[in-house]
Write a protein of this length. Structure first.
Length: 167
């Protein structure tokens, strides 16, 4: 997984460090899902604990991040399959919503919607509105809206919103 995420994101392992820390969380309600091809891991997606700060109460939710596919296997449907598997996993956990930061051109055809259009507030002003996205699942209710809260691991690794990580 570490090699795959480093290759997919072209970084020095920062995203892999985040994924490992998220997987090690004691409150982990999510999962790490992988895709294999010929016995080699070629795709990975992480679901992690998050919350919706709704008026009635704090609501459990999930955050999808990171999603990575080995460069040689990109554009072959692996990312799409991992997204579908992640949402199915969240549905089975009876989570009402899954959030992510990503390209709406990629995620909208997979059923994701702009979070603000659904009355959610992004956890940081550094997240561009079009990139703050949500997948609403069957157990969601209209009162389950408000500010989205990421778990502290995202903040510890400074992986919320746009920031120049190269400086």
């Amino acid at each position: 997984m570490r090699r795959l995420l480093t290759n997919a994101f072209g970084d020095e392992g920062e995203v892999a460090d985040l994924a490992e820390a998220l997987a090690a969380r004691a409150d982990q309600r999510g999962a790490a899902l992988i895709a294999e091809h010929g016995g080699t891991v070629v795709g990975h997606v992480q679901l992690s604990a998050g919350w919706i700060d709704a008026d009635l109460r704090l609501v459990d939710a999930l955050v999808l991040s990171p999603l990575g596919v080995e460069p040689a296997h990109q554009r072959s449907g692996i990312g799409r399959a991992l997204c579908h598997a992640a949402l199915e996993h969240a549905h089975n956990l009876e989570v009402p919503a899954v959030f992510l930061e990503g390209d709406p051109g990629y995620y909208a055809p997979l059923g994701w919607q702009r979070g603000s259009a659904q009355n959610f507030t992004a956890p940081s002003t550094r997240i561009p509105d079009p990139g703050f996205q949500v997948a609403i699942l069957p157990c969601w209710r209209p009162w389950m809206v408000g500010a989205v809260v990421y778990n502290d691991t995202f903040w510890t690794f400074d992986r919320v919103g746009l920031r120049d990580h190269g400086s």
